[in-house]
Design a protein around this ligand. Structure first.
Ligand code: ZN
Length: 151
């Protein structure tokens, strides 16, 4: 069971600031960055206002091809995407993970549907059923996919 903790906006913003260096925002393409930053802010205030049950923070953004290669080889498998095949490699995807009093949580009980709704409100999608933290920008990825050699 995931423990709850102080839900004030000030506390939520402090937690978010403490963990703000996980994503290299300058490597997220500007077109998508605006949406992801707005999403990150609204997830923090939404949690403080009890509109969403979990506090979701940005966990992973742009990945270099070599970072993607390392992730691809990880077991148990965490991604099917080889270098250049993930929208993360093109700076148009960010993973959001729940942060709890016990630390980062991928627990199925976290409010992943809420994360999807917040993403949709910012023009972003949560397209992978088995990878709920994964949020991508369909506006950018639709254009980039063919450039990446993907259909
Ligand atoms: Zn992802």
């Amino acid at each position: 069971m995931v423990q709850d903790f102080d839900r004030t906006l000030v506390r939520a913003q402090a937690i978010a600031a403490e963990h703000s260096d996980r994503v290299r925002w300058e490597e997220v393409i500007p077109y998508s960055r605006t949406k992801f930053v707005a999403l990150a802010r609204s997830l923090v205030s939404g949690w403080a206002e009890r509109d969403i049950e979990s506090l979701f923070l940005p966990f992973d953004g742009h990945r270099t091809p070599s970072e993607q290669a390392k992730l691809f080889l990880k077991r148990p498998r965490v991604t099917n995407a080889r270098p250049w095949q993930s929208p993360h490699n093109w700076g148009c995807a960010v993973d959001f993970v729940a942060f709890t009093a016990d630390g980062w949580s991928w627990d199925a009980n976290e409010d992943w549907d809420g994360l999807g709704s917040y993403a949709a409100a910012h023009g972003l999608t949560q397209p992978i059923k088995w990878d709920r933290p994964h949020i991508e920008d369909p506006g950018a990825w639709t254009i980039i996919r063919p450039l990446a050699g993907l259909r």
